[in-house]
Ligand binder design. Structure first.
Ligand SMILES: Nc1ncnc2c1ncn2[C@@H]1O[C@H](COP(=O)(O)OP(=O)(O)O)[C@@H](O)[C@H]1O
Ligand SMILES: [Mg+2]
Length: 235
């Protein structure tokens, strides 16, 4: 992982558009977004439902491509990469945390966290050590043998956070990660993410319409109708 200096940017978007053809109707989810997100910070993308937050996050996380514009992630112009290079880049650099946790139901908490390390072909000893270290860091070590359906929502999200960070990504993208949690559990999850962001020097980009999340933002971007309408730097 690169050491993030103050001027480094994790993501740089220029004139990004994304439209969907729905029969005869064209939905413009993003209508020209230009933004730069600093590396090593906790940034929040806010805005009402339907404003384009998920579309934006998926483009930053390289699981969707824009209709127009340019996308730079960790200094790489990602739209110029071929499919293999793009998959490899994504596997090394970015992780997602989802609203619905998206854990693999047949795998234990341990196996869910280990999975990205298996994919990355990490040697077995290092992999076991890293997996336990991550489970401990999120306070779930005692539940390592439990499957997702034997865990509470907050515990599942802790496992998802451990999984996201196990491969030491540069960027963690979280799409409404507290939306399915009560507010107390949601606060605990945000605190955990802040701690993980500091410990791992990763860039966290969080999208949410949960006001509770906004106060934690070092940078807050506000979306409306597919446009970035405001940017506030709070630290
Ligand atoms: N796969 C899709 N097909 C058609 N329209 C979509 C699709 N995904 C998102 N949209 C539309 O794009 C707009 C932005 O959606 P989204 O990025 O999910 O917003 P948010 O995450 O802020 O709620 C909405 O009008 C939504 O209906
Ligand atoms: Mg969304």
């Amino acid at each position: 992982m690169e050491i993030a200096g103050k001027m480094d940017s994790a993501v740089r978007l220029k004139d990004v558009t994304r439209s969907y053809e729905m029969g005869k109707v064209k939905v413009e989810a993003l209508r020209g977004v230009t933004m730069e997100i600093a590396a090593g910070r906790f940034s929040v993308i806010a805005g009402p439902s339907g404003s384009g937050k998920t579309t934006l996050l998926n483009i930053m996380g390289l699981i969707d491509s824009p209709t127009g514009g340019t996308v730079e992630v960790c200094g790489t112009d990602v739209l110029r990469l071929n499919d293999d290079a793009l998959s490899d880049f994504r596997a090394r650099k970015v992780s997602f945390v989802f609203q619905t946790f998206n854990l693999i139901p047949v795998l234990s908490a341990y196996e869910n966290v280990e999975y990205p390390l298996l994919l990355a072909k990490m040697p077995v000893q290092e992999r076991k050590q890293r997996t336990m270290e991550m489970l401990e860091a999120v306070g779930i070590a005692d539940f390592s043998r439990h499957r997702p359906n034997e865990l509470s929502g907050g515990q599942r999200q802790r496992v998802a956070i451990a999984r996201a960070l196990s491969k030491r990504p540069d960027i963690v993208l979280a799409d409404e990660p507290t939306a399915n949690l009560d507010s107390k559990t949601g606060s605990a999850i945000i605190d955990l993410m802040l701690r993980m962001q500091r410990d791992h020097h990763a860039t966290f980009i969080f999208c949410s319409h949960d006001r509770q999340v906004f106060e934690y933002a070092e940078e807050l971007f506000i979306m409306k109708d597919g446009l970035l309408i405001e940017r506030k730097v709070t630290t």
